[in-house]
Design a protein around this ligand. Structure first.
Ligand code: PGA
Length: 236
């Protein structure tokens, strides 16, 4: 059975108390499925400290600067210091809200490599680009910064129009995008994200081109997230 990755992105949507409750009820464990949670900064250490060792923890972003006068920012080194070994980079909400640029992402990748943070690098086109037939062009541009990166990374394909909308990409759309990504960056595990839920996770995971899932909304519910993790066992 090939290794699967099921990652939850809790965004800014879970309180610390709810997170503690979630972890108190966490029982899922399977050798072939790596499960991780991407959390807001203040929750990483307290939740990591009470979690079973089988769960991995990551941040949702970090600064493109090493250290210095950057009020409000959190560095890769600080994550590393608390034992946080993963981070998302390039999530579409960060790209949109913080005007994330390829140049800044490239600096963040250098810092991830330096501080040994494993990256889940997010890419995906918005609806306008999809409708204009620009999928390939967008993916190529977003992936260009990974070419010089030799640290540990996974890539998550998350079409922006499928995130939090309830509209999942079709299996054909996922396969097309994942094959394009694989051509650009071979040998990297690929996750799909965008309205993944217990009702569609098994079908998506059964695709040859998919190694795992990045789950937003449905990862906040213990029952739904466990059921998605279980579907990784059924679909291998
Ligand atoms: P969603 O979010 O599952 O709620 O669509 C996915 C993500 O943003 O990573």
């Amino acid at each position: 059975m090939s290794e699967r990755f099921i990652f939850g992105n809790w965004k800014m949507a879970q309180s610390l108390a709810k997170g503690q409750e979630f972890l108190a009820g966490w029982k899922f464990q399977a050798e072939s499925v790596r499960v991780g949670l991407f959390l807001s900064y203040p929750h990483i250490k307290p939740l990591m400290d009470i979690a079973p060792k089988t769960l991995e923890f990551g941040a949702q972003d970090f600064s493109d600067e090493q250290s210095g006068a950057y009020t409000s920012e959190v560095s890769a080194e600080m994550l590393s210091e608390i034992g946080c070994r993963w981070s998302l980079l390039g999530h579409s909400e960060v790209r949109q809200r913080h005007g994330e640029s390829e140049e800044r992402l490239s600096k963040k990748l250098d810092l991830a490599e330096k501080h040994k943070i494993q990256v889940v690098f997010c890419v995906g086109e918005n609806l306008e680009a999809r409708e204009a037939g620009q999928l390939e062009e967008v993916l190529e541009r977003q992936l260009s910064v990974l070419k010089a990166f030799s640290g540990d990374c996974l890539i998550a394909y998350e079409p922006v129009w499928a995130i939090g909308t309830g509209r999942t990409a079709s299996t054909a759309e996922i396969e097309e995008a994942h094959n394009l990504i694989r051509q650009e960056i071979p040998g990297v595990a690929l996750l799909y994200g965008g309205s993944v839920k217990p009702g569609n996770s098994k079908e998506i995971l059964s695709l040859e081109a998919v190694d795992g899932l990045l789950v937003g909304g449905a990862s906040l519910s213990l029952k739904d997230f466990v059921s998605i993790c279980e579907s990784a066992l059924e679909s291998s």
